[in-house]
Design a protein around this ligand. Structure first.
Ligand code: SF4
Ligand code: SF4
Length: 406
């Protein structure tokens, strides 16, 4: 802690919109959609309870207790409550502003601070990933479910010079360093449709979503400006990570400038853009059954989850989860800062994933967000990004074309 949070956390720090707070009529319809309420049954861990506590922050009698702070710290920021709310309470904004107030009077846990600071140093992130991955591979370190072994230090060169109107694939930080094969799959898919695409690459780097979620507003604003300056085109900006896509789409709101608003308007989740412009050829042989796990930031923030289905439906038999898009518990840095709660939430998702398949069935799960992928992989699920499944299919097509020519 940088100071005494209880006394430093004055009501002046909470500039929460009274209109937004008052929009909540305490109906409780959001409660079944809140992962932290689902696993604890505690009102203070629910959206309604958190809003009531936020209201108290604006009064003269405000004395933040450990319980008050814990209630805010344990919100995954999945925004499942926002889509469930009939009164359109902008819970995401309220929680972001609350996190900002908290971050102004205390330090984040050391592991989170180190993680966040490395995200906007792409070369360091790539080097550290390569080093840890190699040590894991040689058996000098225990395998981490989060940091993969075998990520090459030097990758195939992609086009990083932009023409003004061509699409740019936003490659970000963690995905670029830990799962570059997902970007390769996206580029392969776009190439199949004849799309000439450049990548944003290391000079643009991180989108700032995890910094914003942690309340580091001045850092996230700086990173948003860096991304906008780094992609000075007028064409679509395509994103294959749901969390980054949601952030880029909210730059307009975050910065409030006309330039940022125009930028956000040309951001698309990559499935959204493909589904609106192209369609994959239908697979003729028996389709593999694939379970779709919707990332919260694709479903609750971008409302773009249906496009994953549109892209995949010619290739696979889709299995839907019966949990209305309940969070998997990954939540960016949440799985590090609230490990126990994150694991409890994942258990709910694991039950849902197991229930939709028949016993002994071999199946794969797809999810369009690197955080969800690694979090569920750590629980033993075979999980891929949807475009990896597409790229596999495209490889099969081109192999059989070659065979035909031979
Ligand atoms: S946030 Fe919305 S759904 Fe939840 S209690 Fe308030 S008004 Fe009802
Ligand atoms: S954002 Fe998610 S975890 Fe936070 S209150 Fe809403 S539903 Fe619950």
């Amino acid at each position: 802690m940088s100071g005494n949070t209880e006394t430093d956390l004055s009501k002046e720090l909470f500039l929460l919109e009274p209109e937004a707070l008052n929009a909540c009529v305490s109906c409780g319809l959001c409660l079944p959609y809140c992962p932290t309420y689902r696993v604890t049954g505690d009102e203070r861990m629910s959206p309604r309870g958190r809003i009531a506590l936020m209201r108290s922050a604006g009064t003269n009698e405000f004395h933040p207790t450990d319980e008050w702070i814990h209630s805010m710290d344990t919100c995954v920021q999945c925004r499942g409550c926002e889509t469930a709310c009939p009164s359109a309470v902008p819970f995401g904004e309220l929680m972001s502003d609350t996190k900002k107030a908290l971050a102004s009077v205390r330090k984040l846990p050391l592991a989170v601070r180190i993680g966040l600071s490395i995200l906007n140093k792409p070369l360091l992130l790539a080097g550290a990933t390569f080093l840890i991955g190699t040590l894991q591979k040689l058996g000098f370190m225990r395998n981490s479910p989060y940091i993969p072994s075998g990520v090459p230090l030097l990758r195939r060169k992609f086009k990083t010079t932009y023409s003004s109107v061509e699409p740019v694939l936003f490659t970000g930080c963690v995905m670029e360093a830990w799962t570059p094969w997902v970007h390769d799959a996206a580029l392969k898919t776009l190439d199949f449709f004849g799309v000439n695409v450049a990548i944003s690459g290391k000079r643009v780097g991180c989108c700032g979503a995890l910094h914003e979620h942690s309340g580091l507003r001045s850092v996230s604003v700086k990173m948003a400006e860096n991304v906008i300056d780094g992609i000075p085109t007028t064409g679509p900006v395509l994103v294959n990570s749901a969390g980054c896509g949601a952030m880029l789409k909210e730059y307009g709101k975050l910065l409030g400038t006309e330039e940022a608003k125009r930028f956000s308007e040309r951001v698309f989740d990559v499935h959204e853009w493909i589904a609106e412009n192209y369609q994959l050829p239908k697979r003729t042989e028996k389709k593999e059954r694939v379970v779709i796990q919707d990332p919260c930031h694709l479903r609750h923030v971008q409302n773009s989850h249906q496009y994953v289905r549109e892209v995949l439906s010619p290739l696979v038999e889709i299995i839907e989860l019966p949990d209305e898009g309940l969070c998997c518990g990954a939540g960016g840095a949440f799985s590090v800062s609230q490990k126990e709660l994150s694991t409890e939430i994942r258990k709910l998702k694991s039950i849902a994933l197991t229930e939709v398949t028949t016993e002994g069935e071999k199946y794969r799960v797809v999810s369009a967000n690197p955080g969800c992928v690694t979090h569920l992989q750590a629980a033993g699920f075979e999980i891929k990004h949807p475009l990896e499944v597409v790229a596999e299919y495209l490889n099969q097509i081109s192999e059989s074309d070659e065979m035909d020519r031979f």
